[in-house]
Design a protein around this ligand. Structure first.
Ligand code: CA
Length: 153
């Protein structure tokens, strides 16, 4: 199996493994209307961010998969930790009514340097909910894209 490089990407362990720019951003549990189990997700307050440092390496390509629900736009990006140095960024498009899946990809260049974080930001206006964040390394084999199999030690 390809390994998700993001820890606690589903937020079921609360804030574990994530960093937050403010105390207003929170982990929220919601009742599923079909199955009576609480799902936890991250509600990023307007103008705030959450981020995590996955093990990603220069010269490799990655896919990011996540779900979002948001009445204001946000961004997903790769930044150098503790800086505003952004190497790659895509918008998180509006999804005010329901959870929506998004899939993005990026290739890590040498010049990006180390200490790279996957960074989610909520623009001004409203919060951005995110859940089920996954990052997988991908490789090309004769024109076919495949998720890289990583053998756990
Ligand atoms: Ca969840």
């Amino acid at each position: 199996m390809a390994e998700n490089l993001i820890r606690n990407g589903d937020f079921e362990d609360g804030k574990t493994s994530w960093n937050f720019t403010s105390g207003q951003t929170s982990i929220i549990g919601e009742e599923d209307t079909v199955i009576p189990i609480k799902n936890k997700f991250c509600r990023i307050s307007a103008t705030e961010s959450v981020y995590q440092q996955p093990f990603i390496q220069a010269g490799k390509t990655y896919l990011v998969n996540f779900r979002h629900r948001n009445a204001a736009e946000g961004t997903i990006s790769i930044q150098t930790n503790n800086s505003h140095d952004t190497h790659w960024q895509e918008p998180i498009r509006l999804a005010p009514a329901a959870w929506t899946s998004a899939l993005e990809g990026f290739h890590v260049e040498d010049k990006w340097g180390g200490n790279l974080v996957l960074h989610f930001h909520a623009n001004a206006g409203s919060y951005v909910d995110i859940d089920d964040v996954e990052v997988y390394e991908v490789t090309l084999h004769g024109g076919k894209v495949s998720l890289t199999r990583i053998h756990k030690k």
